[in-house]
Design a protein around this ligand. Structure first.
Ligand SMILES: [Zn+2]
Length: 181
C-alpha cells in the first residue's frame, strides 16, 4: 500500500518534471521561431538580409529586430543590434540583465561584441555561421583579421596622436558624476 502510494507519487513527480522540461524547451522554440519569422518578414519587406532576433525577459518578448542594413543604409543594423537597441529602449537600461537573446543565426563578430557589452544571460542561435556563409554571408574573414598586425589587415589601422587622445581618459578618471558600466 505504502509502496504503491510512493510509486504513484514518484511517477507523478517524474511526469511533472518531464512536462516542465517539455514546456521549457517548447517556449525556447516558440521564441526561436518568432526570431526566424522576423527574419522572413523583414526579408519579404526588403528591409535587409534574412536575419531576425527577439530578446526575452521573464518569458516576455521585450525587444525584437530584423536586419535593416540595406533599407536604413546602416551597415550596423544587424538583427541582433536592432533588437538590443529596441530592448534597451523598452527596458530604459543600457544592460540586458536577466534577458535571453534568440537569434535566427549565429552572431557575427560585431553582434557578438554588442551582445557582450549588453550582458544578457544567455544566447540561443538557430542556423550557424557556416550556414550563413553558404548563402553569401561570410563573416569568417573578420575573425581572421582580428589577430593580424595593424598594417597587415585588409583595412590598415594606424595609431595617431596617442598623447592627445589620452586626454579624455584622464578627464574620465577624474570625473566625479559619471555612470560606470
Ligand atoms: Zn551581426
Amino acid at each position: 500500500m505504502c509502496n504503491s502510494f510512493n510509486q504513484k507519487f514518484l511517477d507523478e513527480a517524474a511526469k511533472n518534471m518531464q512536462d516542465e522540461n517539455f514546456n521549457d524547451n517548447n517556449s525556447h522554440s516558440v521564441f526561436m521561431q518568432n526570431a526566424v519569422d522576423h527574419a522572413i518578414e523583414g526579408m519579404d519587406k526588403n528591409d535587409g538580409g534574412p536575419f531576425g532576433c527577439v530578446i526575452v525577459k521573464d518569458d516576455k518578448i521585450i525587444g525584437k529586430g530584423n536586419n535593416r542594413v540595406t533599407s536604413n543604409n546602416d551597415p550596423t543594423a544587424h538583427a541582433e543590434v536592432t533588437a538590443i537597441r529596441d530592448a534597451c529602449k523598452n527596458l530604459n537600461s543600457f544592460q540586458l540583465e536577466g534577458c535571453v537573446i534568440y537569434t535566427s543565426c549565429e552572431p557575427c563578430p560585431m553582434c557578438l561584441g554588442a551582445i557582450y557589452w549588453a550582458r544578457p544571460e544567455k544566447v540561443f542561435f538557430g542556423s550557424n555561421k557556416k550556414d550563413a556563409a553558404n548563402i553569401g554571408f561570410d563573416d569568417d574573414f573578420i575573425y581572421k583579421e582580428l589577430p593580424l598586425p595593424y598594417d597587415k589587415r585588409s583595412i590598415p589601422f594606424e595609431q595617431l596622436d596617442r598623447d592627445y587622445a589620452l586626454k579624455p581618459f584622464k578627464l574620465w578618471e577624474e570625473k566625479e558624476n559619471k555612470t560606470k558600466y
